[in-house]
Design a protein around this ligand. Structure first.
Ligand code: MV4
Length: 448
């Protein structure tokens, strides 16, 4: 097992990783920008190294500085968290070339899944269902037009290097196809330096459902069920739940079996998440994330497993040590992502939190790096706390979540807490009756 892990991240996820290490008897190294000198992740770590000025590209994305910090502190392994360098195949490769373990998948798998066309080709070959669409890149508008006719409108043009909603264009009929195609390619070129695009049938009202997997270095792969992440606005998730109110046990088992078989075949290692669109009882694979996700705690709550500890164990070469049948699902969990944003306009609200009080009680978990007197810097993601609540039934979970939201205090800056309180009182949400478009419409309706 590792003696020392460097955590190449900040905020609540740096704390989350530190806690797993602490329980395993592993010492931790925090890295931080000058803007984060007083951050909680720096205070709690066993050691810390300043790696640069506030802008992320000079600090949390500074590969040379992070590798130097690992070398001078004698770390054995690096955990990238989410965001920043977590899905950077070159970084994973350099970590290993410098003699450290990367706590995550192989650089090859990160690279493969970063290319959305390659990811889909692999999943198609391995029998995972996909949205009807192009088998590879769509090289010209003539080919695209022909294919759109075969698939049937509306179609969606997506960037091969995209993901997370960036660089997508809908064409509702042949009339607008050429323009959508040209814009999609130009935007892909500008955003990713790669203008390759592919095409899919556009699903009008799907849910966004993802499956959590873990794989060891010995060919064992298990899944931990699904998360429903349909509640999002402009591709930023606000609320996630495990399991999905739309699925039953048989559907979960069936998708889990298919996906674990595919990843076994691929030789995948460590943690991963497969994203699906779900509509009219059918699943369609769209992308795979090769990192720990923000919303992993809802899965931990229903499965009673520490996914970060598992990631660390697996990266050190340990076998999973349990099989699919040993993974049980108990009850329901919901996570609210609380951000330093205006709850109506979603403008960031950096500044000093003069009062912070976290809720508690049975089934309540708060993952946050906040403390009273902390100043939220303007340079990074606006996530300030995740409130995760577990209940035996979804209804118990909801009642407990409403209570916890009422108990939670973040004063000094505006946050999305009031919006979460409104969502949890909304009949559609209470009934589990929502698609990926629900929140956008709810927010547009405004406060009652
Ligand atoms: C789609 C889609 C409809 N049909 N693909 C957006 C994020 C990226 N991961 C994939 N996305 C979508 N792909 C087809 N064929 C609708 C979306 C989409 C979406 C997906 C998940 C969560 C929120 C979303 C919001 C808008 C659009």
């Amino acid at each position: 097992m590792f003696d020392k892990v460097l955590i190449a991240n900040r905020g609540e996820i740096a704390l989350r990783i530190h806690r797993a290490c602490q329980e395993m008897g592993i010492r931790t190294v925090a890295v931080h920008s000058t803007a984060d000198a007083n951050a909680m992740h720096v205070r709690l770590a066993d050691e810390s190294v300043c790696i640069g000025p506030p802008p992320a590209r000079d600090s949390y994305l500074n590969i040379a500085a992070i590798l130097s910090a690992a070398a001078i502190t004698g770390a054995d392994a690096i955990h990238p968290g989410y965001g920043f360098l977590s899905e950077n195949a070159e970084f994973a490769q350099m970590v290993e070339e410098h003699g450290f373990s990367f706590i995550g998948p192989s650089p090859e798998h990160i690279r493969m899944m970063g290319d959305k066309i390659a990811a889909k080709a692999a999943m198609r070959r391995l029998g995972v269902p996909l949205v009807p669409g192009s088998a590879g890149p769509v090289e010209s508008e003539e080919i695209g037009l022909q294919l759109a006719k075969e698939i049937g409108y509306p179609v969606l043009i997506k960037a091969a290097a995209g993901g997370g909603g960036r660089g997508m264009k809908v064409a509702r009929e042949a009339e607008g196809f050429t323009e959508a195609y040209r814009i999609a390619r130009a935007e892909a070129k500008a955003a990713f330096g790669n203008d390759q695009v592919y095409m899919e049938k556009y699903l009008e009202r799907p849910r966004h459902i993802e499956l959590q997997v873990l794989a060891d270095n010995h060919g064992n792969v298990v899944h931990f069920g699904e998360r429903d992440c349909s509640l999002q606005r402009r591709h930023q998730k606000l609320v996630e739940e495990a399991g999905s109110p739309a699925l039953n046990r048989e559907q979960r088992d069936e998708m889990g079996a298919r996906v674990t078989a595919a990843l076994r075949e691929l030789g995948y290692r460590n943690a991963g998440t497969l994203e699906f669109l779900y509509e009219d009882g059918k699943f369609y694979f769209i992308e795979m994330n090769t990192r720990l996700q923000v919303e992993h705690p809802v899965t931990e709550m229903v499965c009673g497993i520490d996914l970060v500890r598992e990631q660390i164990r697996l990266a050190a070469g340990a076998p999973l040590g349990y099989e699919q049948e040993h993974i049980r699902f108990l009850g329901h969990a919901i996570e609210c992502r609380i951000t330093a944003e205006d709850p109506d306009s979603f403008m960031p609200t950096p500044g000093t939190v003069h009062t912070y009080h976290a809720p508690g009680g049975l089934g309540v978990r708060v993952d946050s790096a906040l403390y009273s007197g902390y100043s939220v810097p303007p340079y990074y993601d606006s996530l300030v706390a995740k409130l995760i609540v577990h209940g035996i039934t979804r209804n118990e979970c909801l009642m407990r979540l409403r209570r916890a939201l009422d108990e939670m205090v973040i004063e000094g800056i505006s946050t999305t807490l009031p919006l979460h309180r409104r969502i949890m009182a909304e009949p559609d949400f209470v009934n589990g009756d929502y698609s990926i478009h629900w929140l956008e419409r709810f927010v547009a309706r405004g406060k009652p």
